[in-house]
Design a protein around this ligand. Structure first.
Ligand SMILES: NC(=O)c1ccc[n+]([C@@H]2O[C@H](COP(=O)([O-])OP(=O)(O)OC[C@H]3O[C@@H](n4cnc5c(N)ncnc54)[C@H](OP(=O)(O)O)[C@@H]3O)[C@@H](O)[C@H]2O)c1
Length: 319
C-alpha cells in the first residue's frame, strides 16, 4: 500500500508520515516548495495548484489528507481556499488517479462550542470561527463527493491534539510556566485532549478498516476540565497552578474591542471572540463510535502525556 501524506510538514501529518513508515508502509510526503520531512520521500504539491496534485498522486493507493489551515495569520478567504477549494482539488485529482481510499482529516471543532453534553458524530454542528466553519464545509464536501462520484472517503475528527513536537500548544505551556495563564469563566468547562500516539493509532485503524462515508471522532480517553488540563501542566512544570478567573462576559466585550483595534492597525490581538469561546465553553466528545466500530482504544492518561510533552519541550530548549 503506497500512502500519500499531505500536510506532512505540519505537526500531525509529520508524525503520521513517520509512524506509517515505521509500520512498514511505503510513504510519500506531499510538501510545498521542496520542504523536507526528515529522510522520507517527498513530492511537490500545493492544494491550490491542481496540476501539482496529479503528479503527487501518481501510483498512490491511499491518501491521508492532513493539509489544512488552522486559521492564524490568514484571511478568511485563504482559510476557505485551503480547507474547502484545496480539498475539492485533491479529491478531484484522487478520483482521476484511481486512489482506493481517501482519509480526510477534519476536526472535532466542527461542532462549534458545546454545552456540557459530550458531542458525538450525529450532534448538530454550530461552528463559529472561520476554521470551524470551513472544516465542517470540507467534511460535508468530502462526504458528498464520495457519494456522488464514488471515491471511497472516510472522515476522522481528531480532538484537541497534543504531544512531543507540537508547536501549536507550546505557548499555553509557556504561559502556565510564567504564571500568566488565566481562566475565562470558572475553568470547569471541558476540553478533550488526545495524545498524539493515541491519535496516530486511531488513524491507522481507519486506514486498515477503510470505512466509507463514515465520520469518526478520535479523542483521548476522556474529556477533562480546563482546570484539570492547566493544573496537570503546572504540576509537571513544578509551578503554581493558574488561579485567576476572568468573567466570560467581560472577556467577550474586551475581545470585541481588541479585534476592532487589531483590524484598524492590522495586527493579531491576543484576545478574540473565538479564544473566549474556546476557553469558556465545553468541547467534550464521545468516542464510543470509534471504540465500537474500529476497536479504537486511547490509553495515554493526561499526566503521562503532559509529562512526555513537557520533557520534549525542555529537551529542545523550548520551555
Ligand atoms: N492540531 C490539532 O489540535 C488538530 C485537531 C483537530 C484536527 N486537526 C486537523 O489536522 C490537520 C493537521 O493539523 P496540524 O496541527 O498538523 O496543522 P499544521 O501543523 O498547521 O500543518 C498544516 C499543514 O498543511 C500544509 N498546507 C497548508 N496549506 C497548504 C497548501 N495550499 N497546499 C499544501 N499543503 C498545505 C502546511 O504546509 P506548509 O508547511 O507548506 O505550510 C502544513 O504541512 C489539519 O487539517 C487540522 O485541521 C488538528
Amino acid at each position: 500500500m503506497k500512502i500519500l501524506v499531505t500536510g506532512a510538514t505540519g505537526y500531525i501529518g509529520g508524525q503520521m508520515a513517520h509512524y506509517l513508515s515505521s509500520q512498514g508502509f511505503e510513504v510519500l510526503c506531499m510538501t510545498r516548495n521542496g520542504k523536507a520531512v526528515g529522510a522520507l520521500p517527498i513530492a511537490e504539491g500545493d492544494l491550490l495548484k491542481p496540476d501539482t496534485l496529479l503528479n503527487a498522486l501518481e501510483g498512490i493507493d491511499v491518501v491521508c489528507h492532513f493539509a489544512g489551515a488552522l486559521g492564524r495569520g490568514l484571511t478568511d478567504e485563504m482559510v476557505h481556499a485551503i480547507n474547502v477549494t484545496g480539498l475539492k482539488n485533491i479529491l478531484t485529482a484522487a478520483k482521476q488517479k484511481g486512489v482506493t481510499y481517501f482519509l480526510h482529516i477534519s476536526s472535532g471543532a466542527v461542532t462549534g462550542p458545546m454545552g456540557p453534553t459530550p458531542a458525538n458524530e450525529s450532534t448538530e454542528c454550530h461552528p463559529y470561527t472561520i476554521y470551524e466553519r470551513t472544516k465542517l464545509e470540507g467534511e460535508r464536501l468530502a462526504l458528498s463527493f464520495s457519494k456522488e462520484l464514488g471515491l471511497p472517503v472516510g472522515v476522522a475528527r481528531p480532538t484537541f491534539t497534543y504531544g512531543p513536537g507540537d508547536p501549536h500548544k507550546l505557548l499555553m505551556f509557556r504561559y502556565i510556566k510564567k504564571g500568566w495563564f488565566f481562566y475565562i469563566g470558572d475553568g470547569y468547562s471541558t476540553n478533550h485532549p488526545v495524545y498524539i500516539d493515541d491519535l496516530l493509532k486511531g488513524l491507522l485503524l481507519m486506514i486498515q478498516e477503510q470505512p466509507v462515508q463514515e465520520v469518526y471522532i478520535l479523542g483521548g480517553p476522556k474529556a477533562v476540565s480546563k482546570r484539570e488540563w492547566a493544573e496537570t501542566i503546572a504540576k509537571e512544570l513544578n509551578v503554581k497552578p493558574p488561579w485567576f478567573c476572568f468573567p466570560s462576559s467581560l472577556a467577550w466585550a474586551g475581545a470585541i474591542v481588541m479585534e476592532t483595534i487589531g483590524k484598524w492597525i492590522g495586527i493579531e490581538v491576543p484576545l478574540t471572540r473565538s479564544r473566549v469561546l474556546a476557553m469558556s465553553r465545553c468541547w467534550g466528545m464521545d468516542i464510543q463510535k470509534a471504540r465500537n466500530d474500529l476497536g479504537y482504544d486511547p490509553v495515554v492518561r493526561l499526566s503521562e502525556g503532559v509529562a512526555q510533552t513537557v520533557a520534549w519541550y525542555q529537551k529542545n530548549g523550548l520551555l
